[in-house]
Design a protein around this ligand. Structure first.
Ligand code: MN
Length: 492
């Protein structure tokens, strides 16, 4: 006997959409509800509760009707008999593409689990490079799966948490979607290190109790001081997420007595000029810690993140961390690439451009990998690398993995510059191609058209762009040599 659970879908959360779009999404809901009818999740809830949670998450971000409809249908092809053709017939090609992007491949009997996982990831990443909305659905999907992970076996919990940390947390960070990155990271931490998580959680609750009064007093002090100086600003106290605190604990001897290890302050102002005015005032009010000021406003991080960062000591001797940013920067700081989707004028903006560059790099990586496994490994390596910033004499910033060489930098500027590079000038001093760069280096690459890639260059580069292009050039010249030999009839 099938028990008919009717959960229902409340369209109130979609009021930002036109009426026609709302009914389009509602149709997708009704279709998905029927398709999953009688199926239950591991935690015994009706299956439709899962796509519903995913859609709810995406509607909070005010995303479009196609992504919402696709989110409702995201498990239909994978888990029911319904075909892509039928979905396309009812909901159109765009929605179908999105659904297919997050649908896993048919399980192949003779393939190992890891190989299947690599194949699925490869497929999803390629779909993401075609339409970034694929990864947004996948992140919302993963978030809900992580929130309901208790229902799974310990072994599965660990495997899913591992993949979440290695892949999805990284992608979310890379695209600036901290609204997904933070909760995913904390949930992964909870299942990967349950004991540490429990202890830290307890400590944090205690910590909040002891520090609340002091934190509020500092907040008021800053706000009053800015107001006295005729600056309108919101002063917000943020508690850092648990895995970030854990990471800092591993790197430094962190003490919970220090406010800055657990909390930070955001000061939100109207425009960029005010950011710098506030910075001046803050450094006047409190003594700044030397070397702790960072200007991501003038040079944004590669995921578009912008803000002024500083660390100061209050009059009572507490060290606090402050970010100063505009409302628009704050939006970008939590939503990243999603801001480009919502705000079409930002389409050509910096985040969109950087994302394109990264996607192209991933496409190259995929084309150059012989197997899905190799691609998976390369991808994990590429995304986890720490980055440094290196500048051209004209001030163009290139972000490269730590340990990159002059040759990596040359290829990052342009493939042709890489191919013909001979050395570089750094502070009037000549450095050779294998020279390892450090953050903030300013370099002019010197080229010679007669020079071309040598096999030992592969030992000097870290970036996949350089590796791929050197290999390509070497293959091409080997082929040309071979043809010359043939043409001359020297070959046997
Ligand atoms: Mn799902």
């Amino acid at each position: 006997m099938i028990i008919h659970h009717h959960i229902g879908f409340n369209t109130q959360g979609l009021s930002y959409l036109p009426v026609d779009d709302i009914s389009f999404v509602k149709d997708a809901y009704e279709y998905a509800e029927k398709a999953h009818q009688g199926i239950f999740r591991k935690d015994k809830s009706p299956y439709i509760s899962h796509p519903l949670a995913v859609v709810e998450q995406l509607s909070l971000l005010k995303l479009d009707k196609e992504i919402l409809a696709a989110a409702f249908l995201h498990d239909v092809i994978e888990d029911t008999d319904i075909s892509a053709v039928e979905i396309e017939h009812l909901f159109g090609a765009k929605v179908t593409e999105l659904v297919q992007g997050v649908t896993k491949l048919e399980k192949l009997e003779n393939l190992h689990k890891d190989e299947m996982q690599a194949k699925n990831l490869e497929k999803m990443i390629l779909a993401m490079t075609q339409d970034v909305r694929v990864i947004i659905i996948k992140l919302a999907d993963r978030l809900h799966n992580m929130q309901t992970l208790d229902a799974m076996t310990k072994h599965k919990q660990y495997r899913i948490a591992r993949e979440t940390q290695d892949v999805y947390v990284q992608i979310a960070g890379k695209l600036g979607m901290y609204c997904f990155k933070r909760p995913l990271e904390d949930l992964a931490f909870k299942y990967l290190y349950p004991y540490r998580h429990t202890i830290l959680q307890k400590k944090l609750v205690l910590n909040l109790c002891t520090h609340t009064a002091k934190i509020k007093q500092i907040q008021a002090e800053i706000k009053d001081y800015l107001q006295d100086n005729k600056l309108n600003a919101d002063v917000i106290v943020n508690q850092k997420n648990i895995s970030r605190i854990y990471k800092a604990m591993k790197e430094t001897a962190l003490s919970f007595d220090n406010i800055s290890s657990v909390f930070s302050y955001s000061i939100v102002v109207n425009n960029i000029k005010h950011c710098y005015k506030v910075l001046g005032l803050i450094h006047h009010l409190y003594r700044p810690l030397p070397g702790r000021f960072k200007d991501y406003t003038a040079s944004p991080k590669s995921n578009g993140y912008q803000s002024l960062h500083t660390k100061v000591i209050t009059k009572e001797g507490s060290i606090i961390e402050i970010q100063i940013l505009t409302q628009a920067m704050k939006q970008k700081a939590s939503y990243g690439i999603i801001v480009c989707l919502l705000n079409r004028t930002d389409q050509m903006g910096e985040i969109a451009q950087k994302t394109r560059q990264w996607f192209n790099c991933l496409i190259n990586l995929q084309q150059d990998s012989d197997t899905s496994r190799e691609f998976y490994q390369q991808f994990i390596q590429e995304i986890k690398q720490l980055k440094i910033q290196v500048l051209t004499p004209a001030g163009d910033i290139h972000e490269l993995p730590e340990g990159s060489s002059v040759l990596d930098f040359a290829y990052s500027i342009h493939t042709e510059i890489g191919h013909h590079a001979i050395s570089a000038l750094s502070n009037q001093k000549q450095v050779n191609l294998s020279h390892v760069l450090i953050n903030g280096d300013v370099l002019q690459v010197l080229t010679n058209q007669l020079h071309s890639p040598k096999p030992n260059w592969l030992d000097w580069v870290k970036t996949s762009k350089a590796k791929i292009n050197i290999k390509k050039a070497l293959r091409k010249s080997a082929k040309e040599n071979h043809q010359t030999v043939k043409r001359l009839g020297i070959e046997e």
